[in-house]
Design a protein around this ligand. Structure first.
Ligand code: SF4
Length: 321
């Protein structure tokens, strides 16, 4: 088969899948939401794109019975906690987050015993059970405000050590008890790759996610969450950016800033779990109503308390989003 014929067949196959997804969405009164790290073709067909909490909160405002959450397991759980009446589907059952799996309920309980009375701040990249056992959740965009808002000097921060280190450097008055969790996608990029990329694109700003280790953050012109990066790039006079997070983010940055240029400094900036979701799996999910993720009962109530405690601390502008 010639290369042209194969490309044409692929195009027709994807167009047919998109049509099928549209039909199923109408039939089931469903919406598709996608994390900023998903494949471009998944972000293209999504009704909403964003970071995990942004998506869960956006879903609260949508009149739909079914939500296909293109992301990883903890994100679908968060959507279920905040949207108990909607059916939340994760298209690929195996799509998980290795960082979230680095702390379990049992390990957290053991840690709490070592530091009785010390409040626990839990990054949203964690299971519902861990959220339920924590005092307050945070995201990468509000972790600093959340930790700063707590009374007392000592705080337990789980599970991301890199984000915790970043906050500790910003809040020297706090004593943060860290957990040895990390994001494999952000940690495997080397400092040399960033230095090489800066040499190759000397006019570019390096924007980095705080899940990156300190050795990468030291080179950054801007450090922030994916939504923070979008705001920074939109406002910056600069035209070129080296993107220090999962490479799926470049699709959205480029779409919203067509006159600017974006570079990925490392082929390692790819999360295998985020790339599991394809158009085929989304169509399958809608067709078969699988795989439902549901958090209910007392676990939901307790986890929601941690999420609500976070929302109570946020500045007004962020609450509105
Ligand atoms: S990019 Fe990192 S933190 Fe995000 S889902 Fe993948 S492994 Fe988890």
């Amino acid at each position: 088969m010639s290369r042209n014929k194969r490309a044409n067949d692929d195009k027709q196959y994807l167009a047919a899948l998109r049509k099928n997804i549209d039909r199923l969405k109408k039939e089931k009164n469903a919406v598709v939401v996608a994390h900023n790290y998903e494949r471009p073709e998944v972000q293209q067909i999504a009704d909403i794109c964003g970071d995990s909490l942004e998506l869960s909160r956006a879903v609260m405002k949508i009149d739909a019975d079914v939500v296909v959450f293109c992301g990883v397991h903890f994100m679908a759980e968060t959507a279920s906690i905040l949207n108990p009446r909607k059916k939340i589907l994760l298209p690929v059952k195996e799509a998980g987050c290795p960082m979230a799996d680095m702390i379990t309920l049992k390990k957290l309980r053991k840690l709490k015993k070592q530091y009785p009375g010390v409040p626990v701040v839990c990054y949203v990249n964690s299971s519902a059970a861990v959220k339920a056992e924590s005092d307050v959740c945070c995201t990468s965009s509000n972790a600093l405000e959340i930790v700063a808002s707590l009374p007392g000097k000592k705080v337990i921060f789980i599970p991301d050590k890199n984000l915790g280190d970043y906050i500790q450097a910003k809040l020297p008055e706090k004593e943060i008890v860290l957990w040895e969790g990390f994001c494999p996608t952000h940690i495997r990029v080397s400092e040399d790759e960033i230095i090489d990329s800066r040499k190759k694109h000397p006019a570019a700003h390096f924007i980095a996610h705080p899940e990156c280790p300190q050795r990468l953050l030291e080179h950054a012109d801007y450090i922030g969450s994916t939504s923070g990066m979008l705001r920074y790039v939109a406002q910056a006079k600069n035209k070129e950016f080296i993107v220090g997070t999962e490479m799926g983010m470049i699709y959205r940055l480029q779409k919203e800033n067509p006159s600017k240029r974006f570079y990925c400094p490392s082929e390692h900036f790819i999360c295998a779990d985020m790339k599991l979701t394809t158009l085929g799996w989304i169509a399958h999910s809608l067709e078969t109503m699988t795989y439902e993720v549901k958090v209910s009962g007392s676990m939901r109530e307790k986890a929601k308390r941690s999420l609500d405690a976070m929302l109570a601390v946020l500045p007004k502008e962020e609450k509105k989003r």
